[in-house]
Design a protein around this ligand. Structure first.
Ligand SMILES: Cc1cc2nc3c(=O)[nH]c(=O)nc-3n(C[C@H](O)[C@H](O)[C@H](O)COP(=O)(O)OP(=O)(O)OC[C@H]3O[C@@H](n4cnc5c(N)ncnc54)[C@H](O)[C@@H]3O)c2cc1C
Length: 393
């Protein structure tokens, strides 16, 4: 166990974003609250750098900072305008700055967690089970019983496994304010597909915070990124042509690249090093959602440490979900223009709760089959053969 050397801890977090802060905060609220922990990240996490949305039926860790929730969602495409009741789920949003402040205050109050602004240069595993792992950050050496590695920089991720797909979810989002009432605040638009697809799956996602304020994001699921002016142009065109909005003030801007891949990210990077967050494969390959999965993963890690003395005893979702993700990625990779048809069938012919359970990887086999029967099955069968016989390109 950690001794009194000031640079020795029970747990070190390499990276202090969503995954590290969730896990650290859940640890200090658990029977393991006495453990000494260190978080290393060069970013002070003092600005709102992202907006996290997720759906749930229950209160979640950090429920108090949910800033808005919707019980209805819209799905719009050419000739389709669905208003979907999300019951028993609601769709929630958390602004990252609220999350950073909230978790930092929990950590500070515990008196057991040091947060140091430093960039991790290397992590070396323990030689054997009784040794510690070594972390070097900004030239300083630290040692710990466990290291959780979530270092991630949001750039296009391109792995090298020829059997895997490497798509990105990339978007530009503006929070805008209009001079008159333009938005319906009780209904978020999950997909508006009325944007030119040009062989790539594209849509606009809108979170209305009031009748005059909303976050509007132009989003693509594709292998390659666009040039920055292309996102801006597409957003302007959507606002004017589809929503008739030409006058607005941009209050905030958010852009990102999230990996969408069926590559398996190994959790263990050594006997004492565990990968978490995006680096630990917590991003859902077919959607790019990760926030709630990260909270659930943190809870599972805490449980494993309490019950087994190691973070590694976690249940994996049924293997079939990996295949479903891979099939969708194959379709989007090879036939991006068909994405519109797949998502339209999905939302037209299924209750939202069935879709959410499927994406949460908790649906029964029967529910999965009911859902798969509603999508253009020939595309999925073709995708399955391509995956099975490794013909991705
Ligand atoms: C703009 C944006 C919007 C998103 N929206 C949603 C959403 O609505 N819903 C959802 O479910 N998911 C969303 N995601 C996906 C996912 O939830 C987030 O990316 C989430 O922040 C992932 O958590 P993480 O800890 O893995 O990565 P991060 O939160 O990015 O943390 C990684 C940390 O590693 C640090 N780091 C990098 N290099 C080093 C180094 N050498 N040493 C130390 N630290 C280092 C970085 O500074 C960063 O703080 C979004 C992602 C982005 C980028």
């Amino acid at each position: 166990m950690a001794n009194h050397d000031p640079n020795t801890y029970t747990i070190i977090f390499a990276g202090g974003g969503a995954a590290a802060l969730s896990l650290a905060a859940q640890l200090v609220q658990s029977p393991l609250s006495h453990l000494r922990m260190l978080i290393l990240d060069p970013d002070p996490k003092d600005r709102n750098d992202r907006t996290w949305c997720f759906w749930s039926t229950e209160p979640v860790f950090c429920e108090s900072i949910v800033s808005h929730r919707w019980n209805h969602l819209a799905f719009v495409s050419d000739g389709t305008n669905l208003h979907l009741d999300t019951h028993p789920y609601d769709y929630r949003v958390i602004h990252s700055i609220d999350f950073y402040r909230h978790t930092h205050s929990i950590l500070e109050a515990s008196g057991r967690v040091h947060v140091v602004q430093a960039s991790v240069e290397s992590i070396t595993d323990a030689g054997n089970e009784d040794d510690m792992a070594t972390v070097i950050a900004d030239g300083v050496t630290y040692r710990a019983d466990w290291v959780f590695d979530s270092r991630w920089v949001a750039v296009a991720y391109r792995g090298t496994d020829p059997r895997c797909h490497y798509l990105q979810q990339h978007f530009l989002g503006w929070t805008i304010r209009t001079p008159d009432d333009r938005f319906t605040p009780d209904r978020a638009t999950l997909f508006d597909l009325r944007v030119p697809q040009d062989g790539v799956f594209r849509f606009v996602y809108t979170l209305p915070f009031s009748t005059r304020e909303a976050m509007v994001e132009y989003t693509l699921f594709s292998a390659d990124l666009l040039a920055p002016p292309q996102y801006r142009k597409a957003l302007e065109t959507y606002l004017s042509d589809q929503l008739g909005i030409t006058e607005y003030e941009i209050l905030d801007e958010e852009s990102c690249v999230i990996p969408m891949t069926d590559e398996s990210f190994p959790r263990a990077a050594g006997k004492k090093i565990m990968r978490i967050g995006t680096r630990g494969g917590r991003v859902k390959a077919s959607t790019g959602y990760a926030f709630l999965r990260i909270q659930q993963d943190s809870a599972a890690i805490v449980r494993s440490m309490i019950e087994r003395g190691t973070p590694f005893h976690n249940r994996r979702p049924p293997r079939r979900y990996h295949t479903f993700d891979a099939m969708l990625l194959q379709i989007l990779f090879r036939r991006g223009e068909r994405g519109k048809e797949v998502f339209t069938a999905l939302f037209t012919r299924n209750p939202v709760s069935r879709i959410f359970r499927f994406l949460d990887e908790v649906g029964t086999v029967r529910e999965n089959l009911l859902l798969m029967a509603t999508v253009p099955w020939f595309l999925f069968i073709r995708a399955w053969f391509a995956i099975r016989f490794s013909k991705r390109v």
